[in-house]
Design a protein around this ligand. Structure first.
Ligand SMILES: Nc1ncnc2c1ncn2[C@@H]1O[C@H](COP(=O)(O)OP(=O)(O)OP(=O)(O)O)[C@@H](O)[C@H]1O
Length: 492
């Protein structure tokens, strides 16, 4: 992996040996060291130091559990270590940020039983239901209500309803992601929940509600269906899992260990394309459009729902280029006459046009915050996993600490500035982590300069001096304000 670290796709995240990541950059966000040691919640500080790693040590597969004892992860971790010996010797594997808000729930199998009680549609589950085992069955009932089910359906039977081929396309901390081939392909995000080391039911509820709500907005993934299933992993998916493992070496444990009582939430989503980390960018038109569209999507989310993504790393930004056929109807509307006898070379406009034909889709709202309905309390994640704030070696991890600074731990409140932090991260990834061909003409050069200018404008902390408040330097309080500024500034 070019960046030397994996930021998603598994619970195990890696820090590059090169901790002096900023030393080589002119625009090094000063935030890193200042904020590392200054997270608002003292508890976080306490934990932050616990996760530092020593190169070459067997730290790769240990993590501190809640009771501070060090324990080995199951099989998958051993496999990871082996793999790293083989192919990733430049990485220092460690567990930095295992999952988002997916604390080790202190539940037993019986805590999440499948007996169905009357579903009570209380709106605010955030504060009330997390970490209360006695309410687990109420949470499950609530979740089933959200997906219009009375009881979980059989996992195998549900998968059988798909008549076309299914391929595994991705994986994450606690989920496996499959694609169902169709004219309009769909994606199945399969998340086991409710038991130890799995996603909390309350987190599933939040992700589902937010995904549903944003579904029709431009720039956000479409939720076509959500189901709660129960049972062992269907063999067709295991076969696909094995194929993926052979080709790409999965970081997860083979999902054949689940008990027949296991519950899963399956989100059926539109296919959003390739994530930014794995997409090769062809020019600065495209690069500009990715940033612009991400900023616009966040601005729309803010305006409609007081939305903050809070985890917009480059694995959560999907990009799809419309193919030539999709574009033909647009080409019909373009007059090429103006290019005749003109000094403007046609390829410039053509490239610009192509870049504009790109779609972005934001996914993964596990950590997101939004107002659900007018009167109800917001949906949000408590960020109560201290490991979220202890990552090192990538700007992504500093963003979590910066968010703690901005929110002062009041995660339920509305702080659109967190969207600006993620947009600054996005600019950094685009400008310094992607390999984009040099601008080939003036127009491309201008777009690159725009992005560089915005990178400076959005920088969270610039030359802080005594008594100054970090984050006060960035002029934009929200993605909406940035969007307005861009519209005024650049009318193209
Ligand atoms: N709708 C989609 N279309 C295409 N690919 C997708 C889609 N949803 C997920 N993926 C792929 O699967 C990966 C993991 O998905 P996602 O980020 O939603 O999982 P997660 O468990 O929430 O991850 P994280 O570790 O970031 O919490 C993505 O990075 C992407 O490559």
């Amino acid at each position: 992996m070019s960046s030397g670290m994996r930021t998603y796709g598994t619970g195990r995240r890696y820090v590059s040996k090169d901790n002096a990541i900023w030393a080589s950059l002119d625009e090094s966000p000063q935030a890193l060291h200042i904020l590392d040691t200054n997270v608002t919640n003292n508890e976080l500080n306490k934990h932050a130091s616990s996760f530092s790693i020593e190169i070459g040590k067997k730290a790769s597969c240990v993590k501190k559990s809640e009771d501070e004892s060090v324990k080995l992860l199951p099989k998958a971790a051993d496999k990871t270590e082996e793999r790293h010996k083989k192919s990733n010797s430049h990485l220092v594997p460690t567990i930095i940020v295992p999952s988002h808000g997916r604390n080790i729930a202190k539940t037993s199998d019986s805590d999440v039983n499948t007996s169905i009680t009357e579903s009570k549609m209380t709106e605010n589950l955030n504060a009330g239901l997390q970490n209360r085992p006695q309410r687990k069955s109420t949470q499950l009932s609530y979740l089933l209500g959200l997906v219009d089910q009375q009881i979980p359906i059989s996992f195998r039977d549900y998968i059988k309803t798909f008549k076309s081929s299914i391929y595994k396309i991705g994986e994450a901390s606690y989920s496996e992601v499959f694609k169902v081939e169709k004219d309009e392909p769909i994606v199945l995000k399969i998340m086991p929940f409710g038991k130890e080391n799995q996603i909390r039911c309350s987190d599933i509820i939040n992700e589902l509600k937010i995904t549903k709500r944003l579904s029709s907005l431009e720039g956000y993934v479409d939720l076509q269906e959500a189901v709660i299933v129960k049972g062992t992993y269907p063999s067709i998916l295991i076969k696909e899992w094995d194929r993926y493992d052979r080709q790409k070496e999965s970081e997860n444990e083979r999902p054949d260990f689940f008990h027949s009582s296991q519950l899963f939430c399956i989100l059926c989503l539109s296919h959003g394309g390739t994530d930014l980390e794995h997409l090769e960018l062809s020019d600065w038109f495209e690069t500009w459009n990715i940033f612009l569209k991400a900023a616009k999507a966040l601005a729309t989310g803010e305006r409609k729902f007081e939305f903050e993504h809070r985890d917009m790393h480059w694995g959560n930004i999907l990009i799809k280029r419309r193919n030539d056929e999709d574009l033909s109807y647009l080409l019909d509307e373009v007059s090429f006459d103006e290019f005749e006898d003109s000094n403007t070379s046609f390829p410039v406009s053509e490239r610009s046009f192509t870049a504009d034909s790109l779609e972005i889709t934001l996914i993964d709202f596990t950590l997101a915050r939004m107002r659900h309905t007018g009167s109800s309390s917001p949906i949000f994640n408590e960020f109560d996993d201290p490991e979220l704030f202890s990552g090192r070696g990538d700007y992504q991890f500093d963003i979590y600490r910066l968010m703690a600074k901005v929110t002062k731990g009041q995660w339920g409140e509305y702080f659109p500035k967190t969207n600006i932090l993620w947009l600054h991260y996005l600019l950094y990834q685009l400008l310094y982590k992607k390999t984009i061909p040099k601008p080939r003409d003036l127009r491309e050069q201008q777009l690159k300069e725009r992005l560089t200018k915005l990178f400076k404008l959005l920088e969270p902390v610039r030359r802080p001096h005594k008594g100054s408040c970090p984050l006060q330097n960035c002029a934009f309080p929200s993605a909406a304000s940035l969007d307005e500024w861009i519209n005024q500034q650049y009318d193209d």
